[in-house]
Design a protein around this ligand. Structure first.
Ligand SMILES: Nc1ncnc2c1ncn2[C@@H]1O[C@H](COP(=O)(O)OP(=O)(O)OP(=O)(O)O)[C@@H](O)[C@H]1O
Ligand SMILES: [Mg+2]
Length: 485
């Protein structure tokens, strides 16, 4: 499967779900699918909360209510042989909004996790009126979804239990106690990061059966809920935008440091779109730290958009930020270092171009991993900007994906040296793909022959990133680079 980025292939990619993917979604609901979790959850009418008064249900809570119609799993529980209508309320924990508070308790040993309907505890004696009472209430696990509802020590209030009618009191007891009850919903199962080559059996054991292909697409926060972006960051200014994203300089409130926060322009409405969007952060996360790759901190979905918190760089190599001629060698060397690091880990960038090379304190960093793929072609291929794509990609040949990056880097460096954007078509476009690289006055023949080799029409004749790095023309640059790091 292949996607072409130009002019806006990523947007197209999200609009047109691949047929195989559509079929897959029809056949079965993936384990991480939120709607499935919700359908299997016992749900309780939030609107019947009596005390204390709660705010109007959020959009997400309202959705819960909608899907809960007709579902009455816990509306009747066995309480000493009597059926008692249970008017439960719930306070959805932060976990449910994918902002875990890290204190989700383990399920207690003495409770049967496979039982959805748990006996209601005995009603309190009249004498405990006005007393704060801690009592284990209920617990259940939904085995097929890995969604667990946990009990919490609940503070029960019985102030308004003045009635002598035992039946009514039982009913109200459950209702009032539920006000204070918190249902904890575990985050969705862990997602397998396809970019991690060390997916050894050891690593997988850590997750056990909690790994799911479509997990991680947990409920969006935002809308009329709380914005994680607004809560955690103070936005300072927009620093960039691409075909798919806006990027902002933002101060993180908790650590007082500046970051780049990128968020998608388009909303992702289904798991397949989110899965594609997540590739960028999965690739960044799998790669980990490298001085010449933009640092990745965290990511989350909000309002169906993907937010990515990254290291803040000064600017990219575009729009008036062309490096001086002496610095072009440094760009080439440092980008070859980044590509070598990636290719060693089986990942190809597929969108190397000046706009995606950032500078921070004189160090060049490769960014925008939205097209990153595995060199073994085990992921659907998405091509980057066609101005930097070699001929074989335009001919739909994907044998040597690491060498696609080498061509693109050569084309990007050529553009930086020329100081004018590469054409999208025409004679120069064709010449560059046929190995006819116009001479670059003022640049050494060694440098020009490296560029020519990088843009060779035959991918096998292009040097690897490591071979580029080892070229003697970089001797001086290597010293400067190591001083900056
Ligand atoms: N970490 C960062 N630090 C500073 N500026 C950044 C950072 N990330 C992105 N930018 C700026 O934002 C611009 C757009 O970012 P990016 O290329 O990631 O978005 P995109 O929509 O994926 O782009 P494209 O159209 O290339 O696919 C970049 O060209 C750059 O100028
Ligand atoms: Mg970009």
């Amino acid at each position: 499967m292949r996607k072409r980025k130009t002019p806006t292939s990523r947007a197209k990619a999200s609009r047109q779900r691949p047929p195989a993917a559509a079929a897959m979604m029809k056949r079965s609901v993936p384990a991480g699918d939120l709607s499935l979790h919700l359908e299997r959850m016992p749900r309780f009418p939030l609107h019947q909360l009596s005390a204390p008064p709660l705010p109007a249900p959020s959009r997400f809570q309202r959705k819960l209510l909608e899907v809960s119609e007709g579902y009455d799993a816990l509306s009747s529980v066995d309480d000493g042989g009597e059926d008692v209508a249970v008017d439960k309320d719930c306070i959805l924990s932060q976990d449910f909004f994918c902002t875990p508070d890290y204190i989700t308790p383990e399920i207690p040993n003495n409770l049967n996790p496979n039982k959805e309907n748990i006996a209601c505890p005995k009603s309190p004696e009249k004498s405990i009126r006005n007393k704060r009472h801690r009592q284990v209430f209920s617990s259940c696990i939904l085995p097929s979804t890995n969604v667990q509802l946990h009990e919490e020590d609940a503070e029960l209030k019985f102030d308004e239990f003045g009635s002598d009618d035992v039946g009514e009191k039982k009913q109200r007891y459950v209702s009032q106690s539920a006000v204070a009850l918190r249902y904890r919903v575990m985050p969705p199962p862990c997602i397998r990061n396809p970019y991690l080559i060390e997916n050894s059996s050891n690593a997988l054991d850590v997750f056990g059966d909690r790994i799911a292909k479509m997990a991680g697409f947990s409920p969006s926060i935002g809308g009329d809920g709380i914005s994680r972006y607004r809560t955690d960051f103070h936005e300072i200014e927009q620093i960039g935008s691409g075909n798919f994203s806006h990027v902002f300089k933002a101060l993180k409130r908790i650590d007082g440091c500046l970051y780049a926060v990128k968020h998608s322009i388009k909303q992702f409405h289904n798991d397949m779109e989110r899965k594609y969007a997540l590739r960028e952060v999965q690739a960044l996360a799998a790669l980990g730290y490298h001085a010449n790759i933009v640092g990745y901190h965290t990511s989350w979905f909000e309002n169906d958009k993907l937010y990515i918190q990254m290291e803040l760089c000064d600017h990219s190599l575009s729009k008036g930020h062309i490096p001086r001629s002496g610095d072009v060698l440094e760009v080439l060397y440092q980008m070859a270092t980044a590509l070598n690091f990636m290719h060693d880990r089986g990942i190809a960038h597929m969108d190397v171009k000046p706009e995606n090379i950032y500078v921070k304190h004189g160090v060049y960093k490769l960014g925008d991993f939205g097209c990153a793929i595995l060199t073994d072609k085990s992921l659907p291929i998405e091509e980057g900007d066609s101005r930097y794509m070699p001929q074989e990609i335009l001919n739909d040949k994907y044998e040597h994906l690491d060498k696609v990056d080498i061509f693109s880097l050569g084309a990007a460096i050529y553009e930086l040296v020329k100081g004018s954007p590469l054409p999208e078509s025409g004679p120069l476009f064709c010449n560059l793909r046929e190995g006819k690289i116009p001479l670059l006055p003022g640049y050494s023949m060694q440098f020009q022959s490296v560029l020519k080799a990088m843009m060779d029409p035959d991918p096998l004749k292009r040097p690897s990133a490591r071979e580029i790095m080892e070229n003697p023309i970089f001797e001086r640059v290597k010293k400067t680079t190591s001083r900056k790091e």
